[in-house]
Design a protein around this ligand. Structure first.
Ligand SMILES: NC(=O)c1ccc[n+]([C@@H]2O[C@H](COP(=O)([O-])OP(=O)(O)OC[C@H]3O[C@@H](n4cnc5c(N)ncnc54)[C@H](O)[C@@H]3O)[C@@H](O)[C@H]2O)c1
Length: 416
């Protein structure tokens, strides 16, 4: 690995990242000190009906002299239709928010991010996706994740379903990174096991996929002076490695024991560190193919990532053997030669996926063989991800990955 000498260091993050049990109590005083007075709070009905922590936030905002307008119509995997409906709701309230507070999982955060753009721009979201020259700068965002996690509180993107589109679309620009990320592990204690598994495997995917991705020195920024994603460097790799270690050590405990403080804290950090890696380094084939699989099946984001991850890792054994051997070590593999260790990393990752009750191959996922060509083509069509593939030509690699994922074939199974 020649990461240190050859790769320029870039790190793009929100300007404030708070992470601690109870960090939520700092939100209202911080918003006041930043001079904000009109909050648009974006969440969903589960939280307005069940979350004392959200009720407490609304109370403390009022105590700080901040008027809060609550949109609680958030839905899993927000669509462009939902964004336009929520934008119309804000307009109907006759208020002009000076900041937005996102409260919930990645879905509510992405909806809030989109509203930061549409409310200030006054345009339908379909006119704003795919480019970043928006009519007005986005409103500042305070992102408060309740899952661990998507890392959306750190990233420059809002991922949306667009009716009629085979894959998800994105609003993407560094200006869309939240102004403040508030990660309070206590907010994740109420996550049901399914949500814990989905989100935790999403975080593990972010860590591993960005650890193995293209070097910054080889990344094509297409002349953009301010790219959101720009390849891995020594700093992103430090975050990715620690996130991987934490997720392999603590995700199963958080799944089995939702109120285990140590495990919830570790997973909140795993999610944060994974995002500190991928939100600069970027992602490639796992997410490209997962978006296509979600378009086909409408399954959850974490489950579509989890089923593809081991097969993408396996396809990189030739190109990233040292890193994969290290991942195997973090997953608990006994010492062996580098090649054997590297092949164990995908096997152990799939064991964790299945241990958490998710599908470890595409047949179990419900995909049929005739759907494979469409899946490969749709995955490749997400060119911003396919261009970061660090191995052999992306079209050949994606085809091999999808077939192996369908038949559940990993090269390390025979070497165990
Ligand atoms: N913008 C980005 O950079 C980025 C990155 C990764 C994923 N995403 C997006 O994030 C979404 C997935 O987010 P997610 O995995 O966090 O799930 P989610 O936000 O879709 O939430 C899933 C369900 O869990 C519930 N929930 C969330 N937190 C809870 C809690 N603490 N207690 C009880 N219930 C809770 C929600 O109400 C919802 O019903 C996808 O739409 C994906 O595309 C975005």
């Amino acid at each position: 690995m020649t990461l240190i000498a050859d790769n320029p260091i870039t790190l793009c993050t929100p300007s404030r990242v708070l992470c601690a049990d109870g960090a939520r109590h700092r939100i209202a005083p911080l918003c006041k000190s930043l001079g904000w007075r009109q909050a648009l709070v974006v969440s969903d009905r589960w939280f307005t009906q069940n979350s004392p922590a959200l009720a407490e936030l609304l109370q403390t905002l009022e105590q700080q002299g901040i008027a809060a307008h609550v949109f609680d119509g958030g839905e899993p995997d927000p669509s462009t239709t939902l964004v336009d409906r929520a934008t119309a709701w804000v307009r109907e309230q006759g208020v002009a928010p000076d900041h937005v507070i996102a409260w919930g999982g990645g879905s509510n955060i992405d909806l809030a991010k989109a509203l930061c753009v549409t409310v200030s721009s006054g345009r339908p979201v379909a006119e704003l996706v795919g480019h970043a020259n928006w009519p007005a700068p986005p409103l500042p965002l305070v992102a408060v994740p309740t899952t661990a996690g998507t890392g959306s509180e750190i990233t420059p993107g809002a991922i949306l379903i667009q009716p009629g589109s085979a894959t998800k679309v994105a609003l993407m620009a560094n200006a869309l990174r939240p102004a403040v990320a508030v990660i309070d592990p206590e907010l994740t204690w109420s996550c049901p096991p399914r949500v814990t598994a989905d989100a935790g495997l999403d975080a593990l995917t972010h860590a591993i996929e960005s650890w193995l991705t293209l070097d910054a020195s080889a990344f094509d920024n297409a002349g953009d002076p301010d790219p959101g994603y720009s390849g891995r460097n020594e700093v992103t790799v430090m975050f990715a490695r620690e996130a991987t270690r934490l997720a392999f050590s603590h995700l199963a405990t958080a799944f089995d024991h939702p109120k285990d403080r140590t495990a919830r804290n570790a997973m909140a950090r795993a999610s944060l560190y994974a995002a500190m890696s991928y939100a600069t380094a970027g992602l490639n084939a796992v997410h490209g193919l997962a978006y296509a699989l979600a378009g086909l099946t409408h399954a959850s984001h974490g489950s579509t990532n989890a089923v593809m991850l081991p097969y993408v890792m396996d396809a990189l054994v030739e190109y990233r053997s040292d890193e994969l051997a290290d991942i195997a070590r973090l997953a608990g593999a006994p010492e062996a030669d580098v090649r054997t260790m590297a092949r164990q990393a995908p096997v152990l990752t799939r064991e964790l996926v299945r241990r958490l009750g998710l599908a470890g191959d595409l047949v179990t996922f419900g995909v049929t063989e005739d759907q494979l060509p469409g899946l490969i083509a749709d995955g490749l069509s997400v060119t911003r991800l396919a261009k970061a593939w660090p191995g052999d030509p992306a079209d050949e690699a994606y085809a091999r990955i999808v077939r192996n994922a369908f038949f559940g074939q990993l090269s390390g199974e025979t070497s165990r």
